[in-house]
Design a protein around this ligand. Sequence first.
Ligand code: NAD
Length: 253
Amino acid sequence: MRLERWGTRNVLAMAKIFVGAQDRVFVLTGAGISAESGLPTFRASDGLWAGHRIEDVCTPEAWEQNPALVWQFYSERRAQGAKAEPNPAHHALAELEKQIGERFFLCTQNVDDLHERAGTLRLTHMHGQLAKSRCEALCGAAPVDDSTIYKSLAEVGRCTCGARLRPHIVFFGEVPLEMELIQRKIGDATVMLVVGTSGSVYPAANFVHWARQGGARTVYIGPEPPLNASAFTQVVEGKAGAVIPGLFELESS
Ligand code: NAD
């Protein structure tokens, strides 16, 4: 039994999400799902990411003005991400996908690869991936696998077109990736589960509204209500690793 918040009412109820044989589940995850794997969120550190202001390491202006600092920051994130392990929340979502197959889709704002390492197959990284780099000139070359922990800017390679390689990260102010796919999957969904995101980064904070417009049930999971909490039909307060395992009740076929 957990305290749940339904709209403006608080009620005590079993925290179970029923997934019927026709349901299609869209999951959106944010930094909170990786917190129990030891990767810090912004919120945990007063809006800083690993001690840095976002403006200094995660904007097009930061890349223009100080690419060495940007690469140092993402090299540190690569090193930290490689040491982290998926936690029970990542594993429970991968297990749900095994059960319902193509009726599952996951969109993460995270740049770590903990969902993949837990076994999730049907997913997209709307804000990019730590373990890839891409051409800063957007010449059309695909992002390349790159987990290198660079010690200096001089070590960073160049694209085949000659431009500099930058981290394959969507900086604040840039357009997120795969938005058409994401919108289509939200349109198809009958259940939306949002985990560990503060509801302050757009367009992800709007996904719940898009899902509600399509008639989906919308559930948030995290230790505190997100800024957009009132848009959810249900908010379950708790840590992802404690709440998600055992959360789903599947209709037996
Ligand atoms: P945020 O830091 O703004 O918010 C994190 C949210 O997670 C908070 O609402 C907090 O209550 C919740 N949370 C903390 N511990 C939790 C737990 N154990 N279980 C469930 N929820 C928990 O992060 P955001 O809203 O995802 O937005 C930040 C942006 O930062 C994203 O675009 C993302 O790319 C980037 N980011 C990524 C990582 C990562 O890849 N692991 C880490 C930090 C930031």
